[in-house]
Design a protein around this ligand. Structure first.
Ligand code: FAD
Ligand code: SIN
Length: 540
């Protein structure tokens, strides 16, 4: 690693981090992208369904806004929804200029997909591998930019603020503090390094690994949310964890997604006796919003005692399915299922975090110099339940707006010389104690799955809180006694994320969107976003 001084540090190389870096670099700023594994390791790379955006004459912004607000169940910020929806087409145009070829019909028009909660066909996709195509297009552009340095296997640990240098308690009034750098672990060298920059973008993606079963890849450990929280920045709406209704039933903890677009093309959910049950749960049946479908599947599985339900797309020809869903077709075939003939066994799994680091519409947090966008951020777009395929859209729009705001910030922020505090390594490695990490990792994910899942209760949430507090104490002690490595850092962050989810869930005394508790089954008339902010530490 040569120079460690940049204008902007971007933590994460998914759609949010890459598109933000491109816009900031185009403004002539020196950018480093820190990413903890290979550049393409991201949730983005797995996105199947596509990007929701108004592009056809049969669609209009008002309808997309209405669908987003309906899915969000009373908690979306309508101004944010309107702006993001309206800015979508310009951002999509940029992706196209980067060489992204969305699937088209034979007549040349976009082959728009449909997903749950959408009243129109409006999902731009690249077959069922949209995310991979986006990631590749963005990485190609990044590789061409002379202003961007990509640092793979570089794990962002914590934000350094001016207040730390001045000896102020950590997390105390972030509004009057500012970002000056970051500690990061050079994973290959096994060494913590210090980066200097007045701006950091948190683009670290999701938190799926906090649950035992998830559609998310291994990188999704909520690192950015935990970092921002430790810096005193408010985190909001963490109880709204979206469980995707249809993932391929298997013994793996990593669940393969069967895109909602499959239901968009007419697939029907059936219980094991063969009954198509969704009409009993919602007027939109199989295309109801995700929270409704996931709860319906959960209820059917409990009713029938079956470990899964079935997704039936067998009325389509093999040719059609191979063309439209080549990845899903092949993956199911590998598992012994021909989806043109066999019904697919599916179960819900943790998929998306609707909450995150609280930001403005320009990706600003309350800590000057700290920006966040993508799945790690909470802008107010998703409310209590994200509308399908609105996530990639939000990441694109916020990355662009955030990059503009960063330019203005860099013009005014002072760049005086400050000696950044070196990282203190408190100990060596103790192989005998490694079992604490693997055991606590398993315990945390099972606790979250069993007690903080699709259907919740106050008692289960309180049980989870007690267990997570014990894990937090153990890992806190471990952290200050041994050298850090990726798995310790991730577990430490996952524990923070779990605490935040449980705290927000306990705060919400109602059932709304993705948060359903048997103790408060009704909605309150005047709902508020939930919000958690860390109490300042005594030490810097
Ligand atoms: P990510 O793409 O997850 O990128 C995060 C990056 O941060 C990664 O590079 C990671 O390695 C890096 N990182 C994390 N922590 C650190 C750290 N401490 N230091 C350094 N680097 C770090 N949404 C849609 O809108 N449409 C879809 O069709 C769709 N399908 C999906 C299918 C699947 C299977 C999954 C899992 C998600 C899907 N989503 C979809 C959601 C969507 O893909 C994600 O919300 C979105 O891609 C998030 O982008 P991001 O840039 O915020 O984060
Ligand atoms: C899917 O393809 O079903 C995932 C879409 C999303 O998460 O938005």
């Amino acid at each position: 690693m040569s120079s460690r001084i940049f204008d902007v540090l971007v933590v994460g190389s998914g759609i949010a981090g890459l598109s933000f870096a491109l816009t900031v670099a185009a403004q002539g700023r020196r950018v480093a992208i820190l990413t903890k594994k290979n550049s393409a390791d991201s949730n983005t790379n797995y996105a199947q369904g596509g990007v929701a955006c108004v592009t056809s004459e049969q669609d209009d912004f008002e309808s997309h806004v209405r669908d987003t607000l309906d899915a969000g169940d009373g908690l979306c910020d309508e101004k944010v929804v309107r702006e993001i929806v309206a800015e979508g087409p310009a951002r999509i145009q940029e992706l196209i200029e980067f060489g992204l070829a969305f699937s088209r019909q034979e007549n040349g028009e976009y082959d728009l997909g449909r997903e749950g909660g959408h009243s129109r066909r409006r999902i731009l996709h690249v077959k069922d591998m949209t995310g991979k195509a986006i990631e590749e297009a963005l990485l190609t552009q990044v590789a061409r930019s002379p202003h961007i340095t990509v640092l793979e296997h570089t794990f962002g640990i914590d934000i350094i603020t001016r207040g730390k240098v001045e000896g102020r308690p950590k997390g105390e009034s972030p509004e009057s503090d500012r970002v000056i750098g970051m500690y990061a672990l050079d994973v290959h060298a096994n060494k913590v390094v210090v980066f200097e920059a007045p701006v950091i973008l948190i683009a670290t993606g999701g938190i799926g690994q906090v649950y035992l079963y998830s559609t998310n890849p291994e990188i999704a450990t909520g690192d950015g949310v935990a970092m921002a929280y430790r810096a005193g920045v408010p985190v909001a709406n963490m109880e709204f964890i979206q469980f995707h209704p249809t993932t391929l039933y298997s013994t793996d903890e990593k669940r393969f997604l069967i895109s909602e677009a499959v239901r968009g093309e007419g697939a029907v959910l059936r219980n094991l006796p063969g009954h198509a049950f969704m009409t009993e749960y919602h007027p939109q049946a199989d295309l109801a919003p995700r929270d409704v479908v996931a709860r319906a599947i959960d209820a059917e599985m409990k009713k029938t005692g079956a470990p899964y339900v079935l997704l039936d797309i067998t009325d389509h020809s093999e040719e059609t399915l191979k063309r439209r869903f080549p990845n899903i077709y092949q993956r199911c075939l590998k598992n012994g299922l021909n989806i043109a003939e066999d019904r697919i066994p599916v179960v819900p799994a943790a998929h998306y975090n609707c909450g995150g680091v609280e930001t403005s519409l320009d990706a600003e947090t309350c800590l000057p110099g700290l920006f966040a966008c993508g799945e790690a951020a909470c802008t107010g777009l998703h409310g209590a339940n994200r509308l399908a395929s609105n996530s990639l859209l939000e990441a694109l729009v916020l990355a662009h707006r955030g990059a503009r705001a960063v330019d203005a910030y860099l013009d005014k922020v002072p760049r005086e010389e400050v000696a950044l505090p070196e990282w203190i390594d408190y100990g060596g490695h103790n192989e005998d104690e490694r079992v604490v990490i693997s055991h606590n990792w398993d315990e945390l994910r099972r606790t979250m799955w069993d007690y903080v899942g699709i259907v919740r209760s106050t008692r289960r949430l309180e049980r989870a809180r007690t267990r997570i507090r014990n894990l937090a104490q153990e890992i806190h002690d471990y952290y200050w006694n041994f050298s850090v490595d990726s798995s310790l850092l991730e577990l430490r962050n996952l524990i923070v994320v779990a605490e935040l989810i449980v705290e927000c869930a306990i705060q919400r005394k109602e059932s709304r969107g993705l948060h359903f508790t048997i103790d408060h089954p009704n909605k309150l008339s005047y709902p508020e976003p939930s919000r958690v902010r860390r109490k300042p530490d005594k030490v810097p």
